[in-house]
Design a protein around this ligand. Structure first.
Ligand code: GLC
Length: 821
């Protein structure tokens, strides 16, 4: 505890109040405006606005201080977009009104304050700009009832009112507490959610950017320090519309390989080849499903990337072969710091070609990280990125298709900045900029280089990248884990709001170290965290050096059995999970979502982040306190079923769920169709030949005449990008409910892959009537009989559950009509 602070920290003489004393000044009035082919420039006394329309519901306003020419080339956060033309401008005595389609920007001439309205709704109230030297501040009014979401990976709760964050990617080993204003990722998207109309404001600035929702309770302040502020206003009207429009701008997650959705085991570090192999054998011996083992820094020779330590890992090809035979993938860590060492090929070649970041005087920037004195590739230069990508041949030759990019803020072990010097110059595609201006892009660009390089080398196999640092758009290249959390109950619960806001900020594929990284986990914490972890999009258990091991078997039989049960539950749900990922890759919407996304006008959901939706139909309510066996759960409107007991609850109320240590409260929305499959010890293809559908009847029970619900099941090989050229299936499962009748229909909406014979089971819960006949299927006398027949049905009066077994052998699909007496 050498670095522990004492009360001396707040000695009045130590407090530096100069930061608070910056005086921002008014920017004055509009002087004139100019219409260009693709944009409009409004010149002011101190600041100019450049106004562009990058999408049908998006307007971009770039404020630049006089004398600083606005850089309107979009940053690498964005996908290339086509500017929307056809705008018009109207000038009155007091205003300039610029409109295109549904969007109207009204600028007050006297002050240059502006409003944006979408679809005639003034959802986005007054915004003003101020300046102080090269600093710009945008003040935006917060409506009284609005909630503030987004901002990616931040501490605190889901609503960001009253918080302040600095977007500056930082390696934070200290415990992640609400005082931490910066973490590893920077996603400068703030969502102003109001039931009457939601909008997003994306401040695309990869340099230091402050979001201050604290100083002024009625406004948010966004501050930059490079003479420019680049604001994208994204219209809704709904929360989903904003998230999906933002993902159109910054890109969507690509469909990951199926194996990366399995359970993953990591530790800093599994120290040798023997340890890794023994770990793999233990998983199989104990029958705990697992797909991936991570290699942390000790696999390397003196922490040199693209090497193996010859003593600890004497025969990587042999290790890889044995692991593959047991069904494991390996994901090694690759950091950006390249050890300075004569004769080390990566260092030698990179230096010769001047690929490493340089100081203004043209000498290499040297920073200390795990390998000691190191140099850092300049990923803003395409050639460097290609070179780095190609270096991954080293891993691909061993059969590796996943890479873990860490320390890529970049983290540098120095006591002051903890990162690269801000005056380092980056090549930036021929438009050199300083590290201070581009800092938050470093991790994103490293992942881009890794993902694109690996993608090329794998020749059609999908790469998987995991990253710690990132910026807006990171979802295009990598899954995100939330860095060095701790084995604290508080950190388990913290991930729920972090994961939810990452999802609302365009990053569906995210997770935290299950069990906690630093500190020592307990059997109870691991158990509860595992229950939550199998329902987070990225599911990896990772722990630090010198902490109690946290493999699922380290805490006795009971903990092991519960961990196995939940990991198995995840594997059985893979058809559901993979379909959710497919959907997210198409829509940009989260896999792990806050309730407010589906119920945006229900006030009970506005702050709800200790329970979440996993897909639309599963509500997960983890226990996140020790010694606790019950909790309050909010069920929104509709009808909900307890996943374990089948008990039915009316929505629109809070209930108390009982949760003994082996129970994670899970509720299923009525009308849901949840596909599950047989448990395997590791994933194989994503063509599901064994499908058990849990059908939760709906509609009629609530008195509707006819109700139809659907689930779109996605299938492909789970491994290659052939799905992009049509080698995939979409199987539409539809249940239609009428008085005394239920019909279930399975039909391919798209068929281009596999199409083998499928064994199907339908568990129809709460049917609501006693079935008499299912056309073409025989009734059997009991459940045991059902097991031995390829087809048949059985109805239990006891729990009102109908089980139907059937087969699916051709393209024609299945049609089952269940008729009452
Ligand atoms: C960083 C990572 C952690 C990793 C360690 C060693 O602290 O966040 O996950 O285990 O470095 O590579």
């Amino acid at each position: 505890m050498e670095d522990m602070q004492t009360s001396e920290t707040i000695h009045p003489d130590q407090i530096d109040s100069s930061a608070a004393s910056i005086t921002y000044k008014d920017i004055g009035s509009v002087v004139r405006y100019e219409l260009r082919t693709t944009h409009i420039i409004v010149y002011g006394e101190m600041v100019n606005y450049t106004i562009l329309f990058p999408g049908p519901s998006v307007v971009r306003i770039v404020g630049s201080i006089q004398g600083h020419s606005a850089d309107i080339a979009p940053t690498p956060a964005l996908l290339p977009y086509e500017l929307q033309l056809g705008w018009s401008i109207v000038e009155t005595e007091f205003w300039l009104e610029i409109s295109r389609g549904d969007i109207v920007v009204t600028i007050t001439k006297a002050t240059m304050s502006f409003r944006v309205s979408f679809g005639g709704e003034e959802v986005c109230d007054s915004h003003e700009l101020y300046y102080a030297g090269k600093k710009l501040r945008c003040r935006g009014a917060i409506s009284r009832e609005a909630l503030l979401y987004g901002l990616g990976e931040t501490t605190g709760f889901m609503d960001k009112r009253g918080e302040k964050y600095t977007m500056w990617n930082s390696d934070v080993f200290d415990p992640h507490v609400p005082d931490m204003e910066s973490l590893y990722q920077s996603i400068p998207l703030l969502i102003h959610h109001h039931p009457g109309g939601t909008y997003g404001i994306f401040a695309d600035n990869p340099g230091r950017t402050v979001f201050d929702m604290r100083t002024d309770t009625e406004s948010y302040l966004i501050e930059t320090e490079n003479g420019e502020i680049d604001l994208y206003f994204i219209g809704g009207p709904g929360l989903k519309d904003v998230v999906s429009a933002y993902s159109t701008l910054t890109g969507k997650m690509k469909l990951p390989p199926l194996w990366s959705l399995g359970y993953q085991q990591s530790r800093f570090s599994y120290m040798s080849q023997d340890v890794v192999l023994e770990l793999a054998r233990t998983f199989r011996k104990r029958a705990i499903p697992c797909d991936v083992i991570y290699l942390d820094i000790h696999y390397m020779d003196e922490y040199k990337v693209f090497t193996f330590d010859k003593e600890r890992f004497p025969d990587p090809p042999k290790m890889m072969k044995e692991l593959r035979e047991m069904g494991f993938r390996v994901v090694p860590v690759v950091d950006p710091g390249v050890k300075i060492e004569e004769g080390y090929n990566v260092y030698e070649e990179g230096s010769l070609k001047k690929y490493f970041c340089e100081k203004p005087d043209g000498t290499q920037f040297v920073g200390h990280v795990w390998p000691g004195a190191s140099v850092f590739p300049d990923f803003t230069d395409e050639k460097v990125s290609r070179w780095w990508g190609d270096l991954h041949q080293f891993y691909v030759d061993l059969g590796i298709s996943g890479i873990w990019n860490d320390m890529n803020e970049p983290s540098v072990f120095n006591s002051s900045s903890k990162t690269m010097d801000i005056d380092i110059m980056h090549q930036n595609g021929g438009n050199p900029k300083s590290h201070g201006e581009l800092h938050n892009l470093y991790g994103l660009l490293m992942c881009k280089a890794t993902c694109e390089g690996l993608g090329q080398l794998l020749q059609g196999e999908r790469p998987f990248i995991l990253t710690r640092a990132g910026y807006a758009g990171i979802q295009r290249y990598a899954a995100v884990w939330t860095g060095d959390n701790r084995s604290y109950w508080e950190h388990m619960s913290l991930f729920m709001s972090m994961g939810i806001n990452l999802g609302l900020s365009g990053v569906p594929f995210c997770g935290a170290d299950i069990g906690g990284f630093v500190h020592h986990t307990s059997g109870e914490l691991l158990t509860r965290w595992m229950q939550l972890g199998v329902f987070t999009p990225f599911c990896r258990n990772h722990s630090s050096i010198d902490t109690k091991g946290q493999e699922p078997w380290g805490f006795g039989d009971k903990v092991e059995a519960i961990c196995r049960k939940y990991i198995e539950l995840r594997y059985s749900l893979l058809p559901y999970i993979y379909s959710l990922f497919y959907e997210a890759s198409q829509t940009g919407l989260p896999v792990m979502a806050p309730l407010v996304l589906e119920y945006p006008t229900d006030r009970n959901t506005f702050h709800l982040s200790d329970q979440f939706l996993f897909g639309k139909d599963m509500l997960i309510a983890p226990i996140y306190r020790p010694g606790t066996e019950h909790r309050v759960v909010y069920l929104p409107e509709g009808t909900w079923y307890d996943y374990w007991s089948g008990e039915r609850h009316h929505g629109g109320q809070h209930i108390v769920a009982q949760a003994p240590i082996d129970t994670l409260p899970i509720f299923i929305r009525s009308g849901a169709i949840i596909p599950q499959t047989r448990i395997k010890q590791h994933t194989e293809t994503a063509e599901w030949l064994q499908l058990d559908f849990n059908v939760y009847c709906s509609g009629y029970l609530e008195g509707e005449e006819l109700s139809t619900r659907e689930f779109m099941l996605y299938e492909d090989d789970g491994l290659t990008d052939k799905y992009e050229t049509g080698e995939c299936n979409l199987l539409k499962v539809q249940c239609q409910r009428q008085m005394g009748k239920l019909s279930i229909r399975l039909k391919y909406a798209k068929s281009g892959y596999g199409l083998g014979r499928k064994s199907l089971i339908f568990n129809v819960h709460q049917l609501g009537f006693v079935p008499d006949n299912i056309v073409g299927i025989e009734r059997v006398d009991n459940m045991e009989d059902l097991k031995v027949h390829a087809s048949g049905w059985y109805y239990s009066n006891h729990n009102q559950k109908l089980v139907i077994k059937s087969e699916f052998t051709d393209y024609q699909g299945v049609y089952l009509e269940i008729i009452s007496c």
